[in-house]
Design a binder for this molecule. Structure first.
Ligand code: GLU
Length: 511
């Protein structure tokens, strides 16, 4: 194996739709491993399956990697010395390898028609084309040589299939799982080259990993059962000494740990599974992504990194730079990692409170603007001070509107229910009186306002508790928000008086 090779890893998605968070985690682990070791991170688009190909998916993949900050060193967009980076553009290179495998006795031409194979599949439960039955099927191992040559010359539709050895243990090392052994009896004679001349995934992945000098393959555990096929192909193509090291990443599981997390679980349980919004171009169906729900890329990446990896300490918050530094293979778990949406939200909450304040201000201004274009009459200083007060209440950027809109406009709705039942004339008198006396508070600062307000309560002889919530509801519209005296300070005296008098009117109408 190849320990002195330059580290070159690839993320090799098939452009079939939006990126599942498991896919992005695969990209992330590849990236972290490459960058930790001063290596290259390559994006290769595996678009040989024309039936599942979706043109928009490649742009989505590029955008998603950019959003997460995982810029490839080589990619279809960026180019590089090992291109092209789309398998469809490499089509010509695959046939010769498939034919070489036939020549060397490791593969064969198969002429069975799709109809014949369909019939066999219906007749024989769990039918597989394999060492057990290939000598009774229509292929270059069973037909006379001249017949085979004639069919090829006449362009009869055919595939090239791999000749999997009979009853042999295929053993290889996985960097996460250790030694893995598969008996070849479990494998079928995989198609390597399809009738349309396109390679299948199995052939293309090996040819390309070789051509691109890939040193390590990090991919999801769902590919573990394909690994013995790939190991055999590396050997049969005579490249065994260049074979990459394998690392199959633990699955991301449903929140209850029962099986692999799917897009349907997200729909069912009400959380995103895709990195970004994905609109299916055919059906028009929209699947919401983490990005559009208001996740910061820092939080999304941090959360993904901890699905199946930790640095061996209790540290949970990592920047991408810190992840690169701390990343090591021996800390990747073998067992599946349960996805926990509450935890994902927690990461976002922490990151909202960690990123640069001005950067957060830019992002939250967008939210404010989306809800109310007209609310532009405030200074940067005011916006920044408001943000400072409420940011610890945000799980999502979107929460800015529900948590802070009252700082920018008088509440549209008032929930008076927590105070209206106990409302009485004494309280009305208290607030009528106080409105006219705010001058006495002196400089309009939080502490002065508090002192003034509490003194006035004492003077009135009423209970402190009875008059705190009413003030909050009058200013905010409901039973929420940060420190009420800070709210009063920020709103300004004039606005406070205006809101008290408006709310008094509502309360008196109700009672
Ligand atoms: N094209 C495969 C996928 O869609 C890549 C698997 C691999 O990394 O070998 O995930």
């Amino acid at each position: 194996m190849s320990s002195i090779k330059k580290i070159r890893v690839r993320f090799a998605p098939s452009p079939t739709g939006g990126l599942h968070l498991g896919g992005v985690r695969t990209a992330l682990f590849n990236y972290l491993f490459a960058k930790h070791n001063g290596g290259d991170f390559i994006l290769r688009i595996e678009d040989t399956d024309q039936s599942r190909f979706v043109a928009e998916a490649e742009t989505y993949i590029n955008e998603c990697l950019a959003w997460c900050g995982l810029q490839p060193d080589e990619s279809p967009e960026k180019g590089g010395n090992f291109g092209p980076y789309r398998q469809s553009e490499r089509k010509e290179s695959y046939r010769k390898y498939a034919e070489k495998l036939v020549e060397d006795g490791f593969a064969y031409y198969a002429f069975d028609t799709p109809e014949e194979l369909d019939r066999l599949r219906t007749e024989t439960p769990n039918f597989k084309y394999s060492s057990e039955n290939r000598l009774s099927l229509k292929n270059s191992l069973t037909l006379p040589k001249t017949e085979v040559q004639k069919r090829i010359a006449e362009n009869h539709p055919h595939t090239i299939r791999m000749k999997v050895p009979v009853d042999k243990n295929i053993v290889f090392n996985d960097l996460i799982r250790g030694e893995i052994s598969f008996n070849s009896k479990l494998l079928d004679d995989k198609v390597l080259l399809k009738a349309d001349g396109m390679p299948t995934y199995h052939l293309a992945v090996v040819v390309d990993d070789h051509a691109m000098d890939i040193s390590h393959v990090f991919r999801g555990e769902e590919w573990l059962s394909s690994a013995p096929i790939h190991v055999l192909l590396w050997k049969y193509l005579g490249w065994e000494d260049k074979m990459p090291e394998w690392a199959h990443l633990p699955l991301i599981l449903k929140p209850d740990g029962n099986g692999k997390l799917s897009k349907r679980d997200g729909d069912r349980l009400g959380f995103p599974v895709y990195a970004m919004n994905w609109k299916d171009p055919k059906s028009g169906e929209l699947t919401t992504g983490f990005r559009e729900l208001g996740f910061l890329p820092e939080a999304f990446v941090n959360m993904l990194a901890l699905l199946g990896w930790n640095d061996g300490t209790d540290q949970e918050i990592f920047t991408l730079e810190e992840l690169i530094k701390a990343f090591s293979l021996d800390k990747i778990g073998k067992s599946g990692a349960k996805f926990d949406y509450e935890k994902a939200k927690w990461f976002n909450h922490i990151w909202i409170n960690t990123i640069d304040h001005n950067e957060l201000a830019e992002k939250t201004k967008i939210i404010l603007n989306e809800h109310a274009h007209s609310l532009t009459d405030f200074s940067d200083g005011y916006f920044s001070a408001v943000l400072e007060e409420i940011k610890e209440r945000l799980n999502f950027l979107e929460d800015f509107w529900s948590q802070a809109s009252f700082f920018f406009q008088q509440p549209k709705n008032y929930d008076l229910s927590p105070i209206s039942k106990k409302w009485d004339d004494d309280k009305t008198i208290f607030f009528e009186n106080i409105q006219t006396r705010f001058e006495e508070a002196g400089e309009w600062k939080r502490d002065n306002i508090e002192k003034f307000y509490k003194d006035k309560i004492i003077e009135s002889g009423m209970k402190m508790g009875a008059l705190m919530l009413p003030l909050r509801i009058m200013l905010v519209g409901g039973k929420f928000g940060p420190d009420v005296f800070k709210i009063a300070e920020l709103l300004g005296k004039h606005e406070v008086v205006k809101r008290i008098s408006y709310a008094l009117k509502l309360l008196n109408e109700e009672n």
